[in-house]
Design a protein around this ligand. Sequence first.
Ligand code: SF4
Ligand code: SF4
Length: 324
Amino acid sequence: MLKIDYLVSGGIITNYKCTSVCKHCCYSSSPNWSDDYMTAAMADEVFSILRSLGCYHVHIGGGEPLLKPDKILDVLDAARKNNIEIEYIETNSSWYRDETSSNAILKELKAYGVNTLLISIDPFHNEYIPFWKVKALIEACSKAGMKVFPWLMEFWDDIDSMDDEKPHSLDEYKQLFGHDYMMQLLKKYGLNLKGRAFKTYKPMMKRQPFEQILNESIPCKLLSGIYHFHIDLYGNFIPQSCPGFSIPLRELAHGADSEKYRIFNTLESVGIRGFVELAEKEYRYKPREEYAGKCDLCYDMRNFLVLELGLDLADLKPVNHYKY
Ligand code: SF4
Ligand code: SF4
């Protein structure tokens, strides 16, 4: 049985849709996702289960959660009813239009108990969002009494050295700061190399023989991230560092059937070796001679099952994680 008895702090993914297609996005968010947003009923169910598991505070992220500011209010309302504190809302600032309209949104968020916005500040986001919007939103927050959690100030000078009226590609950054700029970003950021971030950095990663990956296999412990898990808009538990896997939180709280979530269970309890055995035996997966590490092998098998075979597997969700 797959079971969670205790959760401390995590994030709510209210929507996967986003204005941007950032190259470091581990959730593979983009404008191509559906318009789905967490409903009031789902938020109520999720917050009530979280509270029963000992989790009393969460942050909200996406996708871009403020893409539809009206929809977030139902989620905030459900959090308040269940006595769950919202630590901050993550935002990419794309929704900023002008002082008056943003002030109205900030005021409303404050009225619903939100006191901090985490504002993304890095060259990946700057490929899509001009820096003037970030600056203007910070200014608006200051005027509205909304605290700002800037993520990350280390990149401010790099971004500010460009024209803030328009977005700038990572190639422009490479021209200005050197060809190893992507590796500089990786070191400064502490990125989770999954989803689109994995695709971006895969060509720069060291290759490992298939047999060596199997020999080094250890359990992936997908259920152990009790301090930084995520729950998505469909009520699914997303492991701390491995998006693309999910199990409904309501099932995990009571004990989910490990046979129903065999891939998740195998990775959790055995590791990549167990997943390879399962994929070879049941789905005729043919491994290559080498991979850019165990997560490359893991993604290759998952992509094979979801995209090539088109299987609808309960634990490999959402499918758009693999598509985009
Ligand atoms: S990193 Fe944030 S802004 Fe960028 S695509 Fe992902 S969710 Fe959107
Ligand atoms: S092998 Fe798969 S489950 Fe394990 S850490 Fe890598 S991506 Fe996550």
